[in-house]
Design a protein around this ligand. Structure first.
Ligand code: 8YV
Length: 323
């Protein structure tokens, strides 16, 4: 039996590309240029599996018309809001993701953003690099103390919990969270955290609000102008989840008007576009979607995709099936 034909849409860690090439009839993307919609549609028509990432948009239109050949989409990443899951399901296409292996690294990036924005690390770094530092003085780049403050977490899944643990046990913070379903209080206490009934309760209590819920329709613009106004004066927003959870225009207005003190962002509404008005602000720390970007995690993510499609083509249930 011939090996399944698979397409990897971007460059992946070398060890994973080697493993995939060994096990499957694999087409790699040596140039690492993102495929456009027509190329993705062609890929679905001509490969048994397509392995996309967050930079590939797979809307319903790509699954319609002439029957697609792909039977599985092995997404590289835990978030899958770039794939129209209902449209894939309607065509009996299995979709898998890579949960678990990026939990720690994403929680670490959230902590990096929280510390950087509170302590004005980005501003300080820019000043030193520009040769503009004139020397130590008591009033220079004075930020906000982190230790002992209250952090509010929206979405208490794997990453939200890992972030709570860092905040509470690492920085002595009081941790409150909102989660759609109720979390056992003993389990929450394990992470030093306490569930509150509404998003508003969390916003009213927190000095730092950190988003850890999925992107997509149900959480679109969960943070809007009204909710920024409900945050404590002087509070900060951290987003390592998905850009569409935040109304970016409302966020920019809240930052410009001082409704909130600052923001640390790893994700944006229309990546890689980051609005000029946001880039012009000093009270933001902006990262280019680095949540899972460590050698260890990116390799583990790739190997998880490999496990998922290997199981599928061996007639077994893929371990990380989302539909
Ligand atoms: C990934 C992420 O690197 O896994 C996710 O959901 O946000 C990132 O850390 C990216 O999405 C790859 O598809």
């Amino acid at each position: 039996m011939s090996k399944p034909r698979i397409l990897v849409t971007r460059r992946w860690p070398t060890a994973v590309e080697a493993a995939l090439s060994e096990a499957f009839d694999t087409t790699l993307n040596q140039d690492d240029v993102a495929l456009d919609a027509a190329q993705l549609r062609d890929a679905l028509l001509s490969y048994d599996a397509v392995l996309p990432t967050v930079s590939d948009r797979l809307p319903a239109a790509l699954f319609e018309g002439e029957a697609v050949r792909s039977k599985i989409i092995g997404n590289f990443g835990v978030g899958f809001n770039h794939i129209d899951i209902a449209a894939a399901k309607a065509k009996d296409i299995v979709v898998t993701n890579t949960p678990g292996v990026l939990t720690d690294c994403t929680a670490d990036i959230a902590m990096l953003l929280l510390l950087s924005v509170a302590r004005r690390g980005g501003e300080g770094e820019r000043e030193v690099r520009a040769g503009a530092w004139t020397g130590w003085r008591p009033t220079h780049l004075v930020g906000t103390k982190v230790t002992g403050k209250t952090v509010g977490i929206i979405g208490f899944g794997r990453i939200g919990k890992a972030f709570a643990q860092r905040c509470h046990f690492g920085f002595g913070m009081d941790v409150v969270f909102y989660n759609r379903s109720s979390v056992d209080s003993a389990e929450a206490a394990h992470y030093g955290a306490r569930q509150l009934p509404t998003v508003e309760d969390v916003l009213g209590a927190a000095d730092f609000v950190s988003l850890h819920c999925p992107g997509g329709a149900e959480n679109r613009h969960l943070m809007n102008a009204t909710r920024f106004a409900a945050m404590k004066p002087g509070a900060f927003l951290i987003n390592t989840a998905r850009g569409d959870v935040v109304d970016e225009t409302a966020l920019i207005a809240a930052l410009e008007q001082g409704t909130i003190r600052g923001a640390g962002l790893d994700v944006y509404e229309a990546e890689p576009h980051v609005p000029e008005r946001l880039r012009a602000l000093e009270n933001v720390v902006l990262l280019p979607h680095l949540g899972s970007a460590t050698e260890e995690t990116r390799t583990a993510m790739g190997m998880k995709v490999m496990d998922n499609i290997s199981a599928f083509f061996a007639g077994r249930e893929p371990p990380d099936r989302v539909i």
